[in-house]
Design a protein around this ligand. Structure first.
Ligand code: RFL
Length: 391
């Protein structure tokens, strides 16, 4: 079995396959140090934690992960909090930085005899219509190479070789550009509130998400095309203070901005998630905007569905579950996409602010009403909580 990519999807899959006795190699373009320090997600859904626990992959997150169950909305109409672990299905998040999860999964995979080829870039997947597909690679020293296997799992993200290798017309691509751009920031500063903060402001959205006691993630909506380094640190903090309404609710803890990335909010789902002997999982299968923190959770879920299906086929010759893989995952993916799309509408102004004024006012009033119903309607809050924590 060849797995492309050592992110959450590839590493969960690798561990589960290895536990089923299936020989598996992971080809990873980056070096190990890069993979273990790439800061991205942090909010793990209750189901993700259950999956990791069930497979003995949760030691680190049980020791160092922090339970999290409150979010706070700040708008021109005031602020309100939702204690979401007391709503919906009564579940909470665990805050555990993605790079720590990846480090745990990688260490465990290597400990149980898994092989990872770092610095090995998959160039293309070939012969996916046969039962002997192969992957051509560029090795760390620049030499070309080729790996063969019964199946290939494309867990190499949105720009990876798996997606590129799909023959034209073999899958449908559902794509949506939400027309919103965030500047994603990691600050060396303790969290400023004991909740996820969502600020809806006429100047644009701002978000606050705890990571550790010393590191906090912030998002600030910016114009499409803004370079990541365009804003000075002072401008970033002033803008965050303004949008998070620091004058009314207290100042943010400032610190140096140690990472910045511009994120265009996009959704992108491939269908089906299989082409012959090539399977897609994680961001390679579907990209989801970070507005609802679902990407890493879907990656873990899909890998946990794919691994036993591959094992049933490879060990027992039973291909039924593999045949159902794509449909099962797409059900979860579309549910997450629907919620994430709803969140984008909740947190941002109408797309194309240059449109007719009446339409823009209509959408702004609609958003206000949506937030108000979240503030006041218990059934809306239950729905929110169930989908916010769930995958
Ligand atoms: P990854 O983690 O991108 O890993 C893919 C791996 O494949 C390697 N690779 C290749 N290897 C070999 N050959 C090639 N040709 C290759 N091309 C790529 C890469 O080096 C990499 O190691 O994908 P995976 O495993 O599918 O996991 C997906 C998640 O990483 C992603 O969905 C999340 O980070 C999204 N996300 C969040 N998700 C959450 O569930 N909760 C969050 O709070 C959350 N916050 C975020 C996020 C994503 C963000 N960015 C990247 C926009 C915050 C941010 C800022």
């Amino acid at each position: 079995m060849v797995v492309l990519g050592a992110g959450p999807a590839g590493l969960v899959l690798g561990n589960l396959l290895q536990d089923s006795g299936i020989d598996c190699v992971i080809l990873e373009r980056a070096e190990r140090a890069h993979v273990e320090t790439r800061a991205r997600a942090g909010f793990l859904a209750a189901n993700t934690v259950r999956i990791l626990e069930e497979h003995g992959l949760a030691d680190g997150l049980r020791r160092r992960g922090q339970p999290h169950s409150t979010c706070e909305f700040r708008t021109a109409d005031g602020r309100f909090r939702l204690e979401y672990s007391e709503l919906g299905l009564g579940e909470r998040h665990t805050v555990y930085p993605q790079q720590e999860l990846v480090t745990d999964l990688l260490t465990r995979f290597l400990d149980v005899g898994g092989r990872v080829r770092f610095g090995t870039e998959a160039v293309a997947v070939h012969d996916t219509e046969t039962d002997r597909p192969s992957v051509t690679v560029r090795e760390a020293d620049g030499r070309p190479g080729r790996w063969r296997a019964r199946y290939v799992a494309g867990c190499d993200g949105r720009h990876g070789a798996a997606r590129r290798s799909l023959p034209p017309g073999s899958v449908r691509r559902h794509h949506c550009d939400h027309g919103v751009t965030w500047l994603g920031l990691l600050a060396e500063a303790p969290p400023s509130l004991d909740a996820v903060g969502y600020a809806v402001h006429e100047r644009g959205f701002a978000g606050h998400m705890a990571r550790t006691s010393e590191i906090t993630r912030y998002y600030v909506q910016c114009e499409r095309g803004t370079p990541a380094d365009a804003w000075s640190e002072d401008r970033i903090w002033d803008e965050l203070d303004l949008r998070m309404r620091a004058k009314e609710y207290g100042p943010l803890h400032r610190g140096s901005v140690v990472q910045r990335a511009v994120v265009d909010l996009e959704s992108d789902v491939l269908e089906p998630l299989r082409h012959g002997s090539l399977f897609l999982a994680g961001d390679a299968a579907a990209l989801i905007s970070p507005s609802a923190a679902k990407g890493a959770n879907l990656a873990v879920l899909e890998a946990s569905i794919l691994a036993p299906a591959l094992a049933a086929d490879l060990v027992h010759g039973d291909s039924e579950r593999l045949g159902a893989y794509s449909a099962r995952c797409l059900e979860h993916i579309w549910r997450a996409q629907e919620f994430s799309h709803w969140m984008i509408g909740l947190l941002h102004g109408p797309p194309g602010a240059s449109g007719p004024e009446g339409e823009s006012l209509f959408h702004t009033a609609l958003r206000r009403s949506r937030i108000n119903s979240l503030r006041t309607s218990r059934s809306r809050q239950d729905w929110f909580a169930e989908h916010y924590v769930g995958v």
